[in-house]
Design a binder for this molecule. Structure first.
Ligand SMILES: Nc1ncnc2c1ncn2[C@@H]1O[C@H](COP(=O)(O)OP(=O)(O)OP(=O)(O)O)[C@@H](O)[C@H]1O
Length: 264
């Protein structure tokens, strides 16, 4: 792997299709190492599908996707499986395994790693799982619960603990605060910010939440009409002349102060 590469994600001229419908056309996106990139765009515009392509769940029609400096198209299945252990994914529904306890959900990536001869013994595994739960703001007693027994906020935290399990260098976060009330959303954002500072994470974050964008993101990419139209700081993209941007940055309750500071 070319670790010296400045970009942790580089998507070039990506064209994708689901059924007969073209979702992305010649899309370019670069995320630098250590950067949190926000991804916004109109509903149904292809943000989640883009994430699914980047993490190799879907195959593109054309174009290339490089992760950690290497094109994923050229990797063998085994090489690809191995690099999946270097990132964590938090999808909209939290995506925990419902038949496993929180403990076993968080232990899952460690057990996967064991298949490559890099596992840890059971005592170390236990310690690491409890450490990750603590980092994600869960208590030890939550470890024995099943996903159905958790609140929405706890599901997100458990999914985050699993995403961070192997000291992920890169996180894919798809609307991590959706479904949480404003207080829980703010708590979750603060947790991500703390972790980001402690672990020097890179991340691609899909969100509709202006507070999350302002707090967490270095740059923001706007996806519309199948392409990334612009990337820039929140201030830069907020001034971009486009109907989605105008609608998105319309004042919403509680956000007036932040918007005023962006516009001034
Ligand atoms: N498995 C699938 N098969 C066919 N079409 C799909 C599939 N998944 C998504 N789509 C379509 O692809 C388009 C992009 O969907 P996607 O979920 O990526 O949008 P999004 O930008 O993430 O939207 P939102 O902000 O509402 O979550 C939509 O029109 C959706 O209906």
């Amino acid at each position: 792997m070319n670790e010296a590469s400045e970009n942790i994600i580089a998507v070039r001229k990506l064209t994708t299709q689901l059924g007969k419908r073209v979702i992305h056309r010649d899309l370019d996106l670069e995320v630098r190492r250590g950067e949190v990139m926000g991804l916004i765009g109109s509903s149904g515009g292809g943000k989640t599908v883009l994430l699914q392509h980047i993490i190799g769940l879907l195959r593109q029609v054309s174009g290339s996707i490089e992760l950690f400096g290497e094109p994923i198209e050229k990797m063998t299945a085994e090489e690809f499986r191995y690099i999946t252990l270097r990132w964590g994914v938090l999808f909209q529904q939290g995506a925990l395994f419902s038949a496993l306890t929180v403990f076993d959900n968080v232990a899952f990536p460690f057990r996967e790693l064991k298949k490559y001869g890099e596992g840890v013994d059971e005592d170390t595994l236990r310690e690491l799982v409890f450490l990750k739960l603590q980092m994600a703001g869960l208590e030890a007693k939550d470890a024995w619960k099943y996903p159905a027994e958790l609140s929405g906020g706890m599901v997100k935290r458990a999914a985050l603990a699993r995403a961070l399990a192997l000291d992920a260098e890169l996180l894919f976060l798809d609307e991590p605060t959706s479904g949480l009330d404003p207080i829980r959303s703010a708590e979750f954002d603060s947790l991500l910010l703390e972790l980001r500072q402690e672990m020097q994470l890179s991340a691609l974050l899909v969100t509709h939440d202006l507070d999350s964008l302002a707090l967490l993101c270095d740059r923001i990419a706007i996806l519309d009409e199948g392409k990334v139209l612009i990337t820039g700081t929140l201030e830069e993209v907020a001034h971009f002349d486009h109907p989605f941007v105008k609608e998105f940055f319309k004042t919403r309750p509680g956000e007036e102060r932040r918007l005023r500071s962006i516009r001034n």
